[in-house]
Design a protein around this ligand. Structure first.
Ligand code: 5GP
Length: 202
């Protein structure tokens, strides 16, 4: 029996530390792959096509929506983002564990339509700390930061329907918690049967 790949969905408000946690997760589990989404956003300096994203035009994105090529898609900060159905299906079929870094609208669409994913929400320890992190890391105008804080307050309400919540206060602890969730799901019996079958010929 072929082991089915695990789909790990991560969401967080901007400033919660999701990018750093993801980076650490890929270091701990080098065989876990990152899902490459499609977006209409323009590449930032240094971003390479096919690495963080597939950068497509509005027309191309609309065509993919019409062809039902997306497992989920959403409008985030004025740009379209979507996860291709083929990315999810291929990984599951090949037994590859996949991380999707997507917003809560897209995560909810996936949860309603697909079985088997594990949904994890990363929270900052407080709104004050979130503001402090956003202010210290960016050169953005105060009104941009204020807008992010308002949006974060809305996004945080969505955390209630996720399977797991990690509060990223101490980064190392948050990493351990994320790794623990991933390990527990990798060790579920139905994901172990292929290996057990090979080891013990049963
Ligand atoms: P950025 O443009 O800064 O890379 O990402 C902005 C936001 O878009 C992040 O919150 C990220 O989680 C979300 N995002 C990235 N890819 C996808 C996707 O395929 N689907 C959805 N729904 N959101 C995405």
């Amino acid at each position: 029996m072929k082991r089915e790949g695990l789909t790990i969905i991560l969401s967080a408000p901007s400033g919660a530390g999701k990018t750093s946690l993801c980076r650490e997760l890929f270091k701990i589990f080098p065989d876990i792959k990152e899902s490459v989404s499609y977006t209409t956003r323009k590449p930032r300096p240094g971003e390479v096509e096919g690495e963080a994203y597939h950068f497509v035009s509005n027309e191309e994105f609309t065509r993919m929506v019409e062809e039902d090529a997306f497992a989920e898609w959403a409008l985030v900060h004025g740009n379209m983002y979507g996860t291709a159905l083929s990315t999810l299906e291929e990984a599951r079929k090949k037994g590859v564990d996949l991380v999707l870094d997507i917003d809560c609208q897209g995560a909810l669409k996936l949860k309603e339509q697909f079985d088997g994913g594990v949904y994890i929400f990363i929270l900052p320890p407080s709104m004050e700390e979130l503001r402090r992190r956003l202010e210290s890391r960016s050169s953005d105008a105060q009104e941009v930061i204020d807008r992010r804080i308002l949006r974060a307050a809305d996004e945080i309400k969505e955390s209630r329907w996720y399977d797991f919540i990690i509060i990223n206060d101490d980064f190392d602890v948050a990493c351990q918690e994320l790794a623990a969730i991933v390990i527990a799901h990798r060790r579920k019996t139905f994901r172990m049967l292929e290996k057990v079958g090979k080891l013990f010929d049963i």
